[in-house]
Design a protein around this ligand. Structure first.
Ligand code: SF4
Ligand code: FES
Length: 241
């Protein structure tokens, strides 16, 4: 970080390091700005826009997790425009994604008095749960496309590059390349994607089976047999004859 510069956040004049983001400067000043796609250990991409703030002189609201502070910047984090924008973002998310296992987003719903049924004509996405490996399932009906899993699978942590976006617009989804099953991808099942997923879209397989009422013995047998099937597949691919 660079030299300290002076900025004003919510009428409070504070020092911030040049090169820091508005979010970092606000946190240092003890001012809370909500985040969804942002994760402390992932590259910020400014995707969800829940962190928007009003910056004097800027025509549009600015995403605090990616915009850097400038000397003399005057920032307002809770104007009516900011609140309305955050509320609408939450309502749009609820109109297309199953947020039942996203407690942090549900908290935001209460804080911003959002109406989950504001867009009754919206078409929620209902892709089938993908259960193609013994370690975790992918339930993209719960995916908010925050990009965290893709980033930890790539340069932010694992350098495995097993997943990316696929599709366009409404059909956009996280997927393996060519939508091949996870065991056939470069995935090493490190579990980091599951760890950063904020919505339950990625879930340990055992937890998923437990929630469906399977007993620990049944779960052991189910995951073990899948592991054995995978091992057999690998043996066959190595010795095709
Ligand atoms: S699967 Fe989870 S971590 Fe990945 S983009 Fe969707 S919500 Fe984000
Ligand atoms: S938290 Fe800043 S854009 Fe998502």
């Amino acid at each position: 970080m660079g030299e300290p510069i002076s900025i004003t956040i919510d009428q409070q004049t504070v020092q911030a390091a040049a090169g820091s983001t508005i979010l970092e400067a606000a946190r240092q000043a003890g001012i809370h700005i909500p985040t969804i796609c942002y994760h402390d250990y992932c590259t910020a991409n400014g995707l969800c826009r829940i962190c928007v703030v009003d910056v004097e002189g800027s025509r549009t609201l600015q995403p605090a997790c990616v915009v850097q502070v400038q000397d003399g910047m005057v920032i307002h984090t809770r104007t009516e425009r900011v609140i309305r924008s955050r509320r609408t973002i939450l309502e749009m998310l609820a109109s297309s994604v199953n947020l039942s296992e996203a407690p942090e987003i549900q908290d935001l719903f209460n804080q911003y008095h959002s109406d989950a049924s504001r867009f009754p004509d919206a078409e929620p996405r209902h892709p089938a749960v993908i259960d193609d490996n013994p370690m975790y399932i992918r339930d993209y009906a719960k995916c908010i496309l925050c990009w965290r899993c893709v980033q930890v699978c790539a340069e932010d942590a694992q350098f495995t590059f097993a997943i990316n976006f696929s599709g366009r617009g409404y059909e956009t989804q996280i997927s393996t390349f060519y939508e091949i099953p996870m065991p056939e991808s470069t995935c090493v099942f490190c579990g980091q994607c599951v760890g950063v997923c904020p919505t339950g879209a990625l879930k340990p397989k055992r937890q998923w089976l437990l929630e469906m009422g399977y007993t620990p013995d049944e779960i052991m047998s189910l995951t073990r047999s899948q592991r054995q099937r995978r091992k057999r597949r690998e043996e066959i691919s190595q010795n095709p004859a």
